[in-house]
Design a protein around this ligand. Structure first.
Ligand code: FPP
Length: 236
């Protein structure tokens, strides 16, 4: 394997456009989320087959709690169902499943299913699929900062020893390499509080495709394009 190929380990995605996909068809937004959930499965399998090591998908942001109650319920019910059936199917493909985000905000049965899936798939040897649920990048950084403050207060860490490595170790993603690629679908060009710390050197790809229509072929095009870009990490 060439060095360039080894350099692609982690793809992060903001799955946007479910609502517009449904609207265009005169369907309720829930139909867009359901189709979007099918795309999750298809893209996870495709990324795994292509040797991607980590795929992180933004399924529900801390801001999404402010959507109308009905829609939050739809998304949570979909997640419930997904945790029980669809993700179990990914387990058969050797995919490890993990979750990042504020679990205390979620219903207890959902958290239990999440923990069970993490345990059941922990020894799988394929790609790690990370679902960001009730996740916010700023909240993650604030929580890490509070922990640093506690460590300093207790005398476990000296102020001079606070560095990026220490902060990285206090994030949900402490044992996961930073994303090499960020994809956002649906034509929006924003980061929306996603993996703010971890995306520092990611290559950004904005696709006009609505998430439910996103295909493995488009993923391939993005991966090819990634290999043609030169990453300098601020150096010349
Ligand atoms: C953005 O589309 C998408 C979301 C807020 C949720 C993403 C959820 C899924 C893909 C399905 C659920 C996933 C799992 C793993 C169960 P939007 O609703 O903001 O679309 P819009 O901008 O067109 O309204």
């Amino acid at each position: 394997m060439s060095t360039k190929q080894e350099s692609l380990q982690h793809i992060a995605v903001i799955m946007d456009g479910n609502g517009r996909w449904a609207q265009k068809r005169g369907l309720p937004r829930a139909a867009g989320h359901r189709k979007g959930a099918e795309t999750v499965k298809e893209i996870a399998k495709a990324a795994n087959e292509r040797g991607v090591r980590f795929l992180t998908l933004y399924a529900f942001s801390t801001e999404n709690w402010q959507r109308p109650k009905d829609e939050v319920k739809t998304l949570m019910d979909l997640l419930r169902q997904y945790l029980k059936s669809d993700l179990a199917e990914l387990h058969k493909h050797g995919i490890r499943i993990r979750f990042i985000g504020e679990r205390y905000m979620l219903d207890k049965d959902i958290v239990e299913s999440m923990e069970q899936l993490e345990r059941n798939t922990a020894d799988n040897k394929g790609m790690t699929l990370i679902l960001a649920i009730s996740y916010g990048g700023r909240q993650e950084i604030v929580a890490a900062t509070k922990r640093v403050a506690e460590m300093v207060k207790k005398g476990d860490v000296a102020e001079d020893d606070i560095d990026a490595k220490l902060l990285s170790q206090l994030l949900y993603t402490k044992d996961i390499p930073d994303p090499d690629i960020l994809i956002r679908t649906s034509g929006e060009q924003r980061i929306s509080n996603y993996l703010l710390w971890q995306l520092a050197y990611a290559e950004l790809f904005f696709s006009k495709t609505l998430w439910p229509d996103f295909t493995p072929e488009e993923l391939d095009t993005i991966i090819e394009n990634f290999y043609s870009r030169e990453r300098r990490y601020g150096k010349v």
